[in-house]
Design a protein around this ligand. Structure first.
Ligand code: IPM
Ligand code: MG
Length: 371
């Protein structure tokens, strides 16, 4: 298969982790005889520095003319601490999601057997957790009308949803549940918010089209608690934009590191793959950022194009790296590998799954097994 991929590495650790995802994809292309062509473009704070625009026209048109977008990270502390900044890096990502119509953001959360002791949560609670979060991505409070009065003393953000916006992602979530453990949980705040009541009504009306899926509902505050108390109860979670943002960061604690969580954002026409973590500015350039979330996002890209065997190969390589503790300091304080070395091991394992087991020690002494 031939794929044109736009690479928007973005800010902070974005370029470092994205480089490892590309390495993994190149290894896949090589061993499965595909052609993946990568084209870089600017986004976020880096783009503001270059052309005062967090999503330059050139970047957007590249994304619209490629098969998929590989996204790194966005954000810079110089904007976080300045509420008066006229342009913000995040606007680039939000505009990109909107312009590409990426209404569904899929975030898988898994407790890896080899990492159960890394999570601050108890072994028994997280063991076997396997959740797929369907987060609505182009509506709600993120995109509703924003107001600030002239005196700068009163502000508001509108949370608005239409039936159509709810239905299109709910169909995807129901279908995902059908292919998994057949349970769908709608997370909302229907005891308080009108928009949540609409979500409930629409999703409940759709349930008869998916009779094999058990549908239940949870208020978001309770869901946040249940995520920690008993995450195994969840199969597919469906939720609006902001609740999904919050719940998915919380869920990352189950896996032991936010550096493991990948995501796919899909719409009718376009698709984008990004780790859920941020730009982690304190770690930039130090080689300590975990590239696994970015690499698993590349696996989601392959899955999107029905390259299932290839995606499985990436996941196997990641599992091997975790099993052998060939990981960055967030998961291995004693003898961590650098971002790049983790990427080297994973790419090497993809191409030589038979002997990476033997050669991995070379990485510890600073020699990549890639010749
Ligand atoms: C995410 C991020 C973004 C979001 C930020 C960077 C705008 O937190 O993808 O979860 O809130 O959607
Ligand atoms: Mg977030």
């Amino acid at each position: 298969m031939k794929l044109n991929i736009a690479v928007l590495a973005g800010d902070g650790i974005g370029p470092e982790v994205t480089a490892q995802a590309i390495k993994a994809l190149e290894a896949i292309a090589h061993s499965f005889n595909h052609t993946f062509l990568f084209k870089n473009a600017l986004v976020g704070a880096t783009a503001i520095d270059h052309c005062n625009d967090p999503l330059p026209e050139e970047t957007l048109s590249l994304c619209k003319n490629t098969d998929a977008v590989l996204f790194g990270a966005i954000g810079d502390p110089k904007y976080d601490n300045n509420p008066n900044a006229p342009v913000r890096p995040e606007q680039g990502l939000l505009k990109l999601r909107k312009e590409l119509g990426l209404f569904a953001n899929i975030r898988p959360v898994k407790a890896y057997e080899t990492l159960l002791d890394k999570s601050p949560l108890k072994y028994d609670i997280i063991e076997g957790t396997d959740i797929s979060i369907y987060r609505e991505l182009t509506g709600g409070i993120y995109f509703g009308e924003k107001k600030l009065n002239e005196a700068g003393t009163i502000a508001s953000d509108l949370c608005q949803y239409s039936v159509e916006e709810i239905e299109r992602i709910a169909h995807l979530a129901f279908k995902a549940a059908q292919n998994r453990r057949k349970k769908l949980t709608l997370v909302d705040k229907a005891n308080v918010l009108e928009s949540s009541r609409l979500w409930r009504k629409v999703v409940r009306n759709m349930a008869s089209q998916y009779p094999d899926v058990a549908l239940d509902y949870l208020f978001v505050d309770n869901a946040a608690m249940q995520m920690i108390l008993n995450p195994k109860q969840f199969d597919v979670i469906l939720t609006e934009n902001m609740f999904g943002d919050i719940i998915s960061d919380e869920a990352s604690v189950i896996g032991g590191s936010i550096g493991l969580l990948a995501s796919a954002s899909v719409g009718k026409k376009y698709c984008m793959f990004e780790p859920i973590h941020g730009s982690f500015p304190q770690a930039t350039g130090k080689g300590i950022a975990n590239p696994i979330a970015a690499i698993l996002s590349a696996a989601m890209l392959l899955e999107h194009f029905d390259l299932h065997q290839e995606a499985t190969m990436i996941k196997l390589a990641v599992e091997k790296a975790l099993e052998l503790h060939l990981t960055t300091p967030d998961l291995n304080e004693e003898s961590p590998l650098t971002t790049e070395k983790v990427g080297d091991f994973i790419a090497d394992y993809i191409e030589n799954p038979k002997d990476s087991n033997i050669n991995f020690e070379n990485i510890h002494v600073g020699q990549s097994t890639i010749i």
